[in-house]
Design a protein around this ligand. Structure first.
Ligand SMILES: Cc1ncc(COP(=O)(O)O)c(C=O)c1O
Length: 417
């Protein structure tokens, strides 16, 4: 058992959980934790609707369904992101179309989106990668021109800002994950925000079996539900409900959202300071008028310039008191699931008739910038709940850089130093 994250969740969560437990759970009655969490979340983002679901993949799937994305249609996604971003397209029977990245921000490149739009394109999913918003203005412009729905996948981006606006309030919908590594957590959970009532209703109903009587406010009339003549299911939906236990903790986290995000931002700033003179650790670039929320602090590591390998760097960092240091995910299309087309019932929808004879190939060269960037990335953790612990990590990073710089003048030294 590790040392855990004391301070991340406060006793207030226990109070909310106790309300749920003391009530004994209700089907449509009780302490109303789901609605309380949703109201608090919507308020902080200044939007009309927040819809809670069981995780941030379910929410993305629900957004695609609410946007009316159909099997065989295309959804544009970045190549570097958690696999969930592309998986939710396949869950809807849609084809994820992978795009290249901006070499400096590591985020989806609007130019690459432009090149990939076809008559089958229905939606774009920009990801607020590592806590930094994508370049939303040109993306919204393309969406307007081609009549596409934009779903911000902000699983990793809470209170990030883009040109004075909160990330998540720019696209037609945005989805957040409350999985254990995220800025806010309730173990697992997800939430969608939007100002569009129709989309909000679509998301809500998709996650509760396509219920006719669920709307964006989450209201389910008992009278309607309890009558023998009532018709309940308008369309095929999934069960993506968030439990009241999840919502109780999510409410406590939302009440502390600024504090929790500020901590990560401070930790990001500590790492930034540590690498500021380093020539071979190039941090993810935060353009002017953006605010990075630092789900994690990520650098491009240039091994040639450092004079050591990625593994040497990591081993040295850890030997000097550094915590675990993560490499980036594989580009999603390089995972076996895509290379071997292990989708629904075989390769559906990609090699099926529904895809109108089109084919997608997942070969090297599909996204050249992403392919050269991915093996170089290093992710430093920001998931700390006291700044002393975080400062020790920034110090370990400083010492690693010093040691590696020293080694450059002493070719006989081995790694770790
Ligand atoms: C960018 C991104 N999208 C979607 C997800 C899926 O969220 P969840 O794990 O809550 O299903 C995650 C992370 O887990 C993520 O990082």
């Amino acid at each position: 058992m590790g040392r855990g994250h004391p301070g991340r969740v406060t006793p207030k969560a226990l109070e909310y959980l106790k309300e749920v437990v003391d009530y004994g759970f209700g089907n449509s009655t009780g302490p109303n934790m789901g609605n309380r969490f949703e109201a608090a979340f919507a308020k902080r983002f200044g939007v009309r609707y927040a819809i809670a679901q069981c995780n941030g993949t379910a929410t993305m799937h629900s957004c695609l369904a609410a946007a009316g994305v159909k099997p065989g249609e295309e959804v544009i996604v970045p190549s570097l992101t958690a696999a969930a971003t592309a998986f939710c397209c396949l869950h809807q029977g849609a084809v994820p179309i992978f795009t290249d990245l901006d070499a400096k921000t590591f985020n989806i490149d609007p130019e690459s989106i432009k090149e990939r739009i076809t008559p089958l394109t229905r939606a774009i999913i920009p990801v607020g990668l590592y806590g930094l918003s994508a370049d939303m203005d040109p993306i919204m412009e393309l969406a307007r021109k081609h009549n596409l729905t934009v779903i911000e996948d902000n699983a990793q981006c809470f209170l990030g800002e883009y040109k004075g606006r909160l990330a998540g309030t720019i696209g037609h919908m945005a989805s957040f994950s409350l999985q254990a590594s995220k800025h806010l957590t309730c173990g697992d959970g997800g939430v969608v925000i939007t100002d569009d009532q129709k989309l909000a209703d679509g998301v809500r109903r998709f996650g509760v079996f396509g219920f006719r009587i669920a709307d964006s406010e989450g209201v389910m009339s008992k009278e309607a539900r309890g009558h023998p003549t009532s018709l309940r299911h308008d369309f095929l939906g999934w069960n993506y409900r968030m439990s009241d236990l999840q919502a109780a903790v999510a409410l406590e986290q939302t009440e502390r959202i600024d504090e929790l995000v500020d901590l990560r931002k401070k930790i990001g700033a500590m790492y930034l300071e540590a690498v500021k003179d380093c020539t071979y650790l190039i941090p993810q670039y935060t353009p002017p008028e953006y605010v990075h929320s630092y789900w994690t602090f990520v650098c491009r590591f240039e091994a040639k310039e450092a004079g050591c390998t990625w593994d040497d760097f990591r081993n040295t960092f850890r030997s000097l008191g550094g915590d675990f240091l993560y490499g980036a995910w594989q580009l999603t299309y390089n995972e076996p699931v895509f290379q071997e087309r292990r989708f629904l019932g075989g390769s559906f929808p990609i090699d099926s008739e529904i895809y109108k004879g089109k084919r997608q190939e997942y070969k090297p060269g599909l996204c050249p910038t992403a392919e050269s960037l991915q093996p170089k990335l290093m992710q430093f953790k920001t998931n700390y709940y006291n700044l002393v612990e975080a400062e020790q990590q920034a110090e370990a990073l400083r010492k690693t850089i010093e040691a590696i710089n020293g080694k450059k003048g002493n070719e006989n030294a081995g790694f770790p130093l």
